[in-house]
Design a protein around this ligand. Sequence first.
Ligand code: SF4
Length: 245
Amino acid sequence: MCNKRLSTGTIAYIRRTRYRQRVKKAALKQKAEAVCSRLMAEYGTHVSSRRLPAIDELVMTILSQHTNDVNMLRAFRGLQENYESWEEVLETSEEELGEVIRASGMYRIKAKRIQATLQEIQNRVGDLDLSLLESMSDREAMSWLTSLYGVGPKTAAIVLLFSLGRPVLPVDTHVWRVTKRLGLVDEGVSREKAQVLLQELIDASCIPSLNSNLVKHGREVCKAQNPQCASCFLDSLCDFYRESM
Ligand code: SF4
């Protein structure tokens, strides 16, 4: 019925556009596969052995914001040494909690955020436990986690990947930058949108290694200010390299 209102030219245009989109997506999938293979050949298959309970991983991710892994782990150890349960963390004063996690930086804001997150979980689940995520699909778990105050797609993906072993790609600043330069996502795409697009492009079996390998590549080779293109093994797959040549 709808088609009757469209001219033959418009229908042909829509078909051509859809065909081009399918061809482009197929080419990007191929490129993503090639990138994944080359990164694995160079850096290996780095599947994290970290399997903390989801709530621990969530708190750890809050602690990791705007700091490095060493400081984040020092703050997390502080929590483990000072409190026997997440209930105790929730009940302590914000000031005391801030002092315990001071090493992670921005400790007052993080203390407030940790307690707000724990309180919301307590209110919604009736317990400080996130094992309900295990019975959810990846999409449902993603949606549940991002509905928590202050939890964005990257944090939710980290919890799903590292704690539950789900093939969900967290897009941090390195993953975002490198995939844009490679041309796997367009330049103007937001980090949140990039996460959705990359998730559709990349084979699930590749995601655990791809996450750590892209981060490593972004830190050591495809740096923000000075990408080392001359020594990069991804050069023949890279739009940025081709255009700058
Ligand atoms: S060729 Fe350059 S821009 Fe492309 S991935 Fe390698 S370092 Fe990054």
